[in-house]
Design a protein around this ligand. Structure first.
Ligand SMILES: Cc1ncc(COP(=O)(O)O)c(C=O)c1O
Length: 388
């Protein structure tokens, strides 16, 4: 039989520059390849495996749900979907939730909602949405347009019209777009993940919220990557003392199953009505059961653990040989290295640690409950890989 590498190369579309590594199993923050080699995972499937791979409690919950009711159409009610929405609203103060399958879809829903809100209230010409340069909001034709990086804008034209890009941390650039265009919303990530793990300034975020309030423009927080406990609070925006009108999330929400959620606040809770939006798999009982388990476990004790682990990382890496700077928040961190980041990623992999890249940085997104001894071992490997 051909190797998995060969079969994959022949039959899977060539959109990913894969590493020559086949993972076959794992438990928590440990992964194993097809030759039995062990890896400490600091990537979590790009911020998905909130409690690591194949977490026992989570696996039990989703297995039980799979045996009870695996899927049901949104034409009917099902308990996991309703209970998850209730929990998300209770934990955030938001009022209603739309479930989908991914971050891009959660953002598409937010964009549709913003446009409908503006159209209903001010008129159809108020369709523009301001996003930030260096942002990332997904890979559909509309969320690519929302993404404020030119590199994504050339291949699939024409992209969806009506997106304007302001400079991150430059409130004058936002104001000038608001003054000269008819806008529906401002959409942003409090930490720009794919853009190089760049947190926004607190003052800038507060001013965004003030402008949105004053102009009746919706504030959309894209919490797809930083959300669900990774920042040290349940959602990243909670570190900034603001209340968005719409919050989007996915990735870590269901701890390893595809689930997107768009949370609506007071202003936006009734914008989408019967027939205006939908998703076959959105609110799937297994995904929602997994997410209930994840959400219930993101409590104060776990969040304290996130802060503690984050501090361990900063203490260990700050000033280490070959490391120039660390950016980010909680357990979503970018490490600027003297060596090329790709070289560091490859060296770590050789030595049994999986890390990621974001732009020119090494990016780490460990499980929120990664055992501290494993984390310390992984940081030693990472530091060695950064040395010249
Ligand atoms: C901030 C942000 N928004 C949206 C997305 C798109 O999410 P998905 O790949 O689940 O569609 C990502 C993915 O990296 C992201 O980081």
């Amino acid at each position: 039989m051909n190797s998995i590498f060969e079969i994959d190369k022949e039959y899977v579309a060539d959109t990913y520059a894969r590493f020559p590594l086949e993972l076959v199993s794992g438990k928590g923050s440990l992964l194993y390849d097809n030759e039995g080699k062990e890896y400490i995972d600091l990537g979590t499937g790009i911020a998905v495996n909130t409690f690591g791979v194949a977490d026992d409690e989570w696996a039990d919950v989703i297995s039980a749900q799979a045996e009870k009711l695996s899927h049901v159409s949104n034409l009917y009610y099902s308990e996991p979907c309703a209970i998850l929405a209730e929990k998300l609203c209770n934990r955030t103060g938001m009022k209603k939730v739309f479930f989908s399958n991914s971050g891009a879809e959660a953002n598409e829903c937010a964009i549709k909602t913003a446009r409908k809100y503006a159209q209903d209230k001010k008129g159809g010409e108020y369709y523009n949405i301001i996003t930030l340069k260096n942002s990332f909001h997904g890979r559909t034709v509309t969320t690519l347009a929302a993404t404020g990086q030119d590199v994504f804008h050339t291949m699939f034209n024409p992209l969806t019209d009506g997106f304007l890009y302001a400079n991150a941390n430059d409130i004058e650039s936002v104001k000038s777009l608001v003054c000269t265009n008819k806008c529906a919303a401002i959409m942003f990530e409090v930490v720009q993940g794919e853009g190089g793990v760049m947190p926004l300034d607190a003052g800038f975020v507060k001013q965004l919220a003030q402008i949105a309030e004053k102009e009746d423009i919706l504030l959309i927080a894209d919490e797809v990557q930083i959300g669900n406990g990774r920042s040290g609070k349940l959602y990243g925006y909670m570190n900034y003392g603001i209340t968005p009108d719409i919050v989007t999330t996915a990735k870590g929400l269901a701890g390893g199953l595809p689930l997107g959620a768009t949370l609506f606040g007071e202003k936006t809770m009734d914008v989408l009505t019967n027939g205006t939006h939908g998703s076959t798999f959105g609110g799937n009982p297994i995904c929602c059961a997994g997410a209930i388990n994840v959400l219930d476990r993101i409590d104060d004790r776990l969040l304290d653990g996130v802060a503690k682990r984050s501090q361990i990382i900063f203490d260990s890496l700050t000033g280490a040989e070959g490391i120039k700077a660390i950016s980010g928040m909680g357990l979503m961190l970018g490490i600027e290295t003297e060596k090329d980041a790709s070289e560091v990623v490859a060296e770590c992999m050789k030595n049994g640690v999986l890390v990621l890249k974001a732009k020119n940085k090494v990016r780490i997104l460990p499980a929120l409950n990664i055992p501290v001894d494993l984390l310390i071992n992984a940081l030693e490997v990472l530091k060695n890989a950064c040395k010249s």
